[in-house]
Write a protein that binds this ligand. Structure first.
Ligand code: SAM
Length: 367
């Protein structure tokens, strides 16, 4: 185990399941709040730390080069381990699981994992992908039980897109993937665009125009994401962040917008709808408008460590518990104990100084 992972049972006293879980309020379904009154609802699982793109803001080639030591196969959680732990998370109150990575579609037989997770009752199952393999896999993923996908796409013009993915991947293939996902019924589909000043800000309006509903075309919701200081390898600078307010203003000037309320409590994207008809956009403002106070997310890394914040510097070793033969009851109790102690609010404390912390890379922790 590396020094950035904390063994769970060794450091915390876990109450057995079924005993009153204190402190913190308890929701109707029995789930327990953390120290800031937040409940665990969304689990993101990174199923591979590998990616076929080298997006400059996420897995820059300078760090993730040919010799980068990706995790060996036996370090990865198996499908059985992922499914077992997912069931325990659901018992803790999680109602939505997002498969991510790395690039999740690179994990061999992902359809089989989807099938296993889809069998868990009451679970919303989604996936985030760069779309490069989606044209091939959309139908089989849908057949396996995947409900929705989010596709990351940072520009529509080929030169900008190729430059950002840094592996010369053509945008046309991602657009094919989006069309295939829609045809397979993996909608409503969302498109995530990370906006970086001086790199792809010129692509904001074309993206909004392209994915807006038009006669004979239902469109897709684009979510403009503020460039974040995730991990410690993307050389993040505050001046490269375009505040969401600026994005909204730019689009509103051409296609008037109106703010809409969230679909559910804790929704990360702030919603804006087009005034003259259907369609909407979202903005995710982790930098300029921290949403820590309503954060219900938890992340499981490729090798089974638990992270209660995207900007964490340390995780908790769940795989150790699984492989040490601990029972579901023990793991559930450990998980509950961990969540109850959670206090993370990194985005509320962000500064140029905290941006320099040795944070866990997003490809490993799950974006
Ligand atoms: N490979 C998949 C993909 O491209 O969607 C899933 C993993 S990726 C890490 C998940 C999401 O994180 C993508 O939408 C990506 O754009 C976003 N992301 C990565 N680095 C980011 C950063 N520095 N700031 C904001 N979003 C980032």
């Amino acid at each position: 185990m590396n020094d950035r992972v904390i063994p769970v049972l060794d450091t915390r006293r876990a109450a057995p399941i079924g005993t009153p879980r204190t402190p913190g309020p308890v929701a109707g379904d029995g789930s327990v709040a953390d120290r800031r009154g937040r409940y665990m609802r969304d689990l993101r699982i990174s199923i591979t730390d590998r990616c076929n793109f080298r997006c400059t803001y996420c897995m820059p080639k300078t760090v993730f080069g040919r010799d980068y030591p990706f995790l060996p196969r036996d370090e990865l959680l198996s499908f059985e381990e992922i499914t077992r732990i997912a069931r325990i998370f659901v018992a803790q109150g999680v109602s939505k699981i997002r498969l991510t990575g790395g690039e999740p579609l690179l994990r061999r037989n992902i359809e089989h994992l989807v099938e296993m997770l889809a069998a868990i009752p009451g679970l919303e199952l989604t996936l985030t992908t760069n779309g490069s393999l989606l044209a091939k896999k959309a139908r089989s993923l849908r057949d396996a039980g995947l409900q929705r996908v989010t596709v990351s796409l940072d520009a529509l013009d080929d030169p900008t897109f190729r430059k950002m993915n840094d592996v010369d991947f053509p945008v046309a293939q991602v657009l094919e993937g989006i069309a295939a996902a829609e045809a397979a019924g993996l909608g409503p589909l969302k498109v995530n665009m990370v906006v970086k000043r001086g790199t792809n800000d010129h692509a904001i309006l074309p993206m909004a125009r392209h994915f807006r509903p038009a006669p004979g075309n239902g469109g897709h919701i684009v979510r403009f994401i503020e460039y974040m200081d995730v991990g410690s390898s993307n050389g993040w600078k505050l001046e490269e962040v375009i505040p969401s307010a600026e994005v909204v203003k730019l689009i509103d000037n051409e296609m008037p917008l109106q703010a809409v309320g969230p679909n559910y409590p804790g929704e990360v994207a702030e919603r804006w709808r087009y005034l003259d008809g259907g369609g909407e956009i979202g903005v995710i403002s982790s930098v300029t408008q921290a949403f820590c106070s309503s954060c219900t997310r938890v992340r499981l890394s490729t090798d089974g460590s638990l992270y209660t914040c995207l900007f964490a510097t340390k995780g908790h070793d769940l795989r150790g518990l699984l492989r040490a033969g601990r029972s579901d009851i023990e793991i559930d109790a450990a998980l509950g104990a961990l969540w109850r102690e959670r206090t993370d609010n990194y985005s509320e404390q962000r500064s140029e100084e905290t941006a320099g912390l040795q944070k866990i890379e997003m490809s490993y922790i799950g974006g």
